[in-house]
Design a protein around this ligand. Sequence first.
Ligand code: GDP
Length: 220
Amino acid sequence: MDPTLWQYQFRIIMLGDSTVGKSSLVKRYTEDNFLETINETVGVDFYVHFFEVEPGVRVKMQFWDTAGQERFRSVTRSYYRNSVGGLLVFDLTKRGTFEHIRDWHAEVCEHVLPHKVLFVLVGHKSDDQGKRTVSREEAEKLAGILGVPYIEASAKAGHNVKETFELLARRIYRGLMSGDLDLHEGWDGVKCATPLALEAHRRSLPHSDPTHKQKPKCCA
Ligand code: GDP
């Protein structure tokens, strides 16, 4: 199969304070490398990765790596609206970055309506256990409150990086298949190469009844 052929395209946004390792995570996943010093993201950087979400179903994942600084927020806000997934990243060794996660979540929720964004919460730099300032228990508690999965990862050690992105891709795919996520005209969060095939799949679901479909909630 041509590796650049895809059935679905998901736009995913990297969220979190500056220096939590957003660029390092996405570079590790898409290019399999890690640099101790990388250029600060100015505005938004763009990456692509193909992933087989189930046998025979290839997804093109587009990543928008945003700058975390306040002065770039107005640039990045315009990208929230056209995203279907978000990685909420904090640095396990910097408590303040964990405390800002609720703000990032709220900020995105506010700007995506009427669309929906699915998240994964990432405790990053798990290689640096000696400097850890956030426990797994409190991170899991926050994930429970936000209704999102939690995972710990390290771009430096290459630990749980694939798992993080694939967890998010599978969440989005499941949402799409179940009808919980919808395709809207003029919205670029999800693109489907064969929308008719998706409709046929949904109609074949047991108990599928379009009149009972939930209105899209903001985020989860
Ligand atoms: P961003 O501003 O969120 O995109 O963060 P960067 O990817 O630019 O990384 C900020 C700093 O954290 C850099 O000095 C990286 O080398 C370092 N860093 C990134 N990922 C890791 C990791 O997994 N472990 C450790 N210990 N340091 C990391």
